[in-house]
Design a protein around this ligand. Sequence first.
Ligand SMILES: *Cc1c(COP(=O)(O)O)cnc(C)c1O
Length: 851
Amino acid sequence: MSSRTPFTITINPKIPLRLKRLEELANNLWYSWDRATRTLFSRLDPNLWGAVGHNPKAFLKRVDESILLKAAEDRVFLASYNSILSTYDSYHYEASPQDSYENLQPEDQVAYFCFEFGFHESLPIYSGGLGILAGDHCKAASDLNLPFVGVGLLYRQGYFFQTIDNQGNQEVTYTDSDFEDFPVMPVLDENGSNICVEVGLPHRNIRVKVWQARIGHVTLYLLDTDLSENAPQDRYITHKLYGGDKTMRIEQEIILGVGGVRALQKIGLKPTVWHINEGHAAFMILERVRSLTQQGLDASSALEAVAANTVFTTHTAVPAGHDYFSEDMIETYFSCFYQDLNVTHEEFMRLGHVPGSPDFNMTALAIHGSRTHNGVSKIHGHVSANICKDMWPQIDAEENPITYITNGVHVPTFLAQEWSDLFDRYLGHEWRTKMCDIDYWSRIHPIPDHLFWSVQQSLKSQMLYGIRARLTQQNFRNHGSEAHLDRLLRFADPINPNVLTLGFARRFATYKRATLLFEDLDWLKKIILDEERPVLLVFAGKAHPADIPGQDLIRRISQIARLPEFEGRLLLVEDYDLRLARRLVSGVDVWINNPVYPLEASGTSGIKAGINGAINLSVLDGWWGEGYDGKNGWAIKPGHENMEPKLRDKEESQAFYEILQDQVVPLYYNRGKLGYSPEWVKMAKHSMVSLLPRYNSTRMVDEYVSKFYLSASKQGSLYAEHDFDGARKVAGWKNKVNNAWGGVALRRLDTPCNRTNFGDVLHFRIAAKLNGLKPDDVIVELLLCRQSGKMSLCDFKHFEFKCVDTEALDEYLFELKLAPELCGKQEYYIRVYPYHSLLTHPMELGLMVWL
Ligand SMILES: *Cc1c(COP(=O)(O)O)cnc(C)c1O
């Protein structure tokens, strides 16, 4: 048989009329957070459900006709089906789009661009935290009824599947997906033909097909170059996520940025806010600028118009993590833009310029092309402001326009079913609408402790079943013996899930220091091998195929897991994906995260664990830096940034061991008469109560709307009014200011006095040389603060000078009368910076002169 090629034919079942809407349920990623819908499918045929990787659409194409016919007659099944449809319908049709935001205009629409999106394992176009965050952003936008669309790439192979061999080597496999099996559909025009757009790459045009996925109310548009009209190598552009080399990357980013804008245009959408989620998508700025220059606007005014309603979120905490391309590549790929924009190569390169590098940097482009920029936690906001401070050369990092919105997770997706059942019972169904009500969640405290504990135990048990299945498969594939498997699984006992279980799962990037726990193996042994109070460690994660040090981490963990003392105490589970993530975050007792401070931009897995009653033991970095309140978990205080890395690892691992042995283990095993630890439950409850209402994606998206989207939309329309009059004004004015600024100077006219009495009015007089600018073009101000040990610019009060006269031909006289309100030694500064009423951020020009 083997030499012959078989003919194949696939037989699809006919969905009975009575169950017709199963197709609709399978085509809306609503199922990614509605567990009842997933259960409905799996009930039909649990084995098939597993075999198709929990993919409803693939499932419906393979399930036996007889099963469907039987279900169509089964009253119990129909009752569930109807009840799900009724929830589905009220979610989708009973709220009008602008319910939640009265300030939103009817024409408002947010377009959110990202390189990856993670909703559910059945749509594998994500690799890790960034994609899942983007997915959660879309889900929350749907929950909030925002007019919102996403734009991304539809990867044929996505990120890779991971297996780990006996020696701990990561093996990578890519498989082609059949888009027919994905919850996506081609976008059709009014004639029923596929909508495609063209994107020019050197010496050829690429045809890009536009697909759509439904995420509740929200549509996600996904771009695909795998079309027969394209040359074979171009069909690969949208195959692998983070695959290929720099050429592949720039082509992917051009397809996303340029193709994405064209796709929205062709579909007829006119977004009023454009959100770039991480620098990969920043080429969209260029296409939008190009499109405006085609309408006759000059490039600088077009850039102002585009930037005014563009929001940029950065997720990286090291400059090296920012995407960049060489000057040659930019010349190759974008010289065709120069003419359209009427700019020179040098002017174009400036858009992506960062001091000290000849390359074109995507973060720089994103910042130049947006007026609202943020990091993803408080710490990361400061870090980003520092990394990018040269973009505003004369402004202190504390005052530059980079702010932060801390990440959150989509609670319905990550909260285990058992918890939502328990909430239904003790809080009532309305908890779903109280996501951000901080006081409301204290109602968790009265839930009986033993119930709380038993939910945790039951979830741990489910996790252990899952892990055992994966490890059994892993062992079988690696030709391990039965005896070895028995030893491996001896502490992972779902019947008696009483062993304190710690989880560590995320990308194996080196800064996340997955092996920090193994700094002192003897100490670790002493803690976890205790007969009375054993500890189980569970690890999972993928390392990027090109990240050799990351793969070494996996080998090291595997090596330790094979040491006789550790066998069974340390489990390394392969192929970390959303499914395994949901299992682990709800099944472990303690979630560990020990990145090198301050490199964890936010991190989100610890939040997922926290809302599920697991307790965090983490370095105070990213979201935990603000989430930790002293009672809701344990904190490893990071060593100083400039500390020698080895020493730092040593100190932080020591802190980890101490916390584990002195606090975590005793607390967990301090079982009361009823067999559980009341103190543990208290802490787990407090962790849930303090984290759930603060770090969920509803709060996050709500913040994006109220702080960024509403103002960006307003600013965008202000700039666009009367044929882009505002944009032209700002561009022209900035040009004038930039040319004049070198000659701007302040001179003090009054004699500084260094002692006065309370109530005395101080009279400050300044002569400002404005080099052709007018007094209205600037703000002259005094900053005043009482001296103290730790002062930051935000502590200062601002007092504005008034222009009173022309002192000489080229100087203006500014005055300020001020009676300080506080006594004691005060510190003050006087400075001037450009001002225009249309500016989005007062410091956006990056210009300032201090006296
Ligand atoms: C949440 C999540 C992540 C992000 O984890 P961090 O610890 O924040 O890096 C990565 N992968 C998966 C599958 C996740 O669900």
